[in-house]
Design a protein around this ligand. Structure first.
Ligand SMILES: [Zn+2]
Length: 413
């Protein structure tokens, strides 16, 4: 928090109209990105958990920024904020469900075109912890500066840049700040199913955690590369104008909102600057964010939009789901595909590869791994830790939850 106040004071000083222009050391675009990230990740917003006052404050801020950028509400919606009701369980085993109301925030840039490209980022985060948090200890505000104030700042930057002279304008743009992402892509699922109101969506670009570019030497992960044949040339063209190098993954399914669009057969791309030690912990703060990097990522996607501007039709392609990339780092694997969007406790298996240890032990798609040896598996990270404790030839007991029944399987790696 102290760093955040420092930034605000600093910005106030240098952005003051009395300051001589020669004293500026940060370009105005970068200043705006700093302000957006710093405000959204301030303690005042208490971690922006869906259906809390912190979420409402964030939604107000994003609406005000959309208005300032001369965007309009989505056609047939009237306001930037779009509420959605959903059932929520406080933990996966709770008997009671509660009805909660979340808020997506959408701003439309009307170019009078037939098709619309959705540019999205989620703005909700984990509040004081709970499900999804990797923090051990007393509840603490999870500020979510990288996850995902960074994506919102990049989205707002694009909303500005796409209105400038020479911008690609053969499609309309709808900028959506999603809520409920951390609870299982709730806001984006709802928007795709019920709130698109007849808009013809050409593609969806998602930005989730784009604030750590410099930590990875300007290497950017791009997901969904295989969801349209048009992406390869567009990414190559943009990369020529950027100092970003992309690492591309074909799958349209991943742990963020682009999945909701992919499953509706819309071509998607998702940008991600990579994992770090503060992921889903209270320490994901603004002072660790690479503000210039956020602009580089947004400019990179702007280049992609320029490239596809002349393409009449982006043809959707189905992609194969990939096995967890990090699994390669371990000496052994089960040969199962994790369900990246599973929000409950444990590690849910999406698919089982024939002939591999999981298959031989009788593991099935839909099983939720809850224990490996002595280790309780609460999430995918526990699962990876469980794997790392074994070597080829070892036998261990894996407990899976199969439709509510706990089953012990003997696995030999
Ligand atoms: Zn996120």
């Amino acid at each position: 928090m102290r760093y955040q106040l420092y930034f605000l004071v600093l910005l106030g000083y240098f952005a003051s109209p009395n300051t001589n222009a020669a004293q500026y050391f940060t370009p105005p675009d970068t200043q705006q990105v700093m302000i957006d990230v710093t405000f959204l990740s301030a303690d005042l917003l208490e971690g922006r958990l869906t259906a809390t006052p912190g979420e409402a404050l964030a939604a107000d801020y994003i609406s005000a920024r959309m208005q300032q950028l001369n965007l309009e509400p989505q056609p047939n919606h009237g306001t930037f904020v779009q509420t959605f009701e959903f059932d929520y369980k406080d933990n996966p085993h709770a008997a009671e469900t509660r009805k909660l109301v979340g808020k997506n925030v959408a701003g439309f840039l009307d170019n009078g075109a037939k098709q619309t490209v959705v540019i999205g980022a989620h703005y909700d985060h984990l509040g004081y912890g709970g499900i999804g948090s990797l923090h051990a200890g007393e509840p603490a505000i999870h500020n979510g500066a990288d996850d995902n104030a960074s994506g919102i700042a990049a989205m707002l930057y694009l909303a500005d840049k796409l209105q400038m002279k020479g911008a690609p304008k053969k499609r309309n743009y709808l900028f959506i700040a999603f809520s409920g992402e951390e609870l299982g892509l709730v806001g984006s699922k709802r928007w795709v199913a019920a709130d698109r109101e007849g808009l013809e969506i050409a593609a969806m670009l998602n930005m989730d955690m784009v604030g750590r570019l410099r930590n990875k030497d300007n290497v950017l992960a791009i997901y969904g590369f295989g969801t349209s044949a048009a992406w390869a040339a567009a990414l190559d063209a943009s990369e020529k104008m950027s100092d970003i190098t992309s690492v591309r993954d074909s799958s349209g399914v991943g742990p963020s909102d682009h999945t909701s669009f992919y499953l509706d057969e819309i071509p998607v791309l998702a940008a991600f600057t990579g994992q770090h030690g503060e992921y889903h912990k209270p320490g994901d703060d603004a002072h660790l964010v690479d503000f210039t990097g956020i602009i580089k990522v947004a400019d990179y996607l702007y280049g992609v939009l320029e490239s596809i501007n002349g393409e009449k039709e982006l043809v959707f392609l189905k992609t194969r789901q990939r096995e967890q990339r990090q699994a390669a780092a371990f000496k052994v694997s089960l040969g199962v595909m994790p369900d990246y969007v599973y929000a409950g406790e444990g590690m849910k298996v999406d698919g089982v590869t024939e002939g591999r240890p999981g298959f031989k032990a009788g593991m099935q798609a839909g099983d939720v791994i809850v224990k490996m040896g002595d280790l309780e598996v609460k999430d995918i990270y526990d699962y990876m830790e469980g794997l790392s404790k074994n070597k080829a030839g070892d036998t261990t007991t894996v407990v899976v939850d199969r439709k509510g029944e706990l089953i012990e399987l003997e696995v030999t790696f």
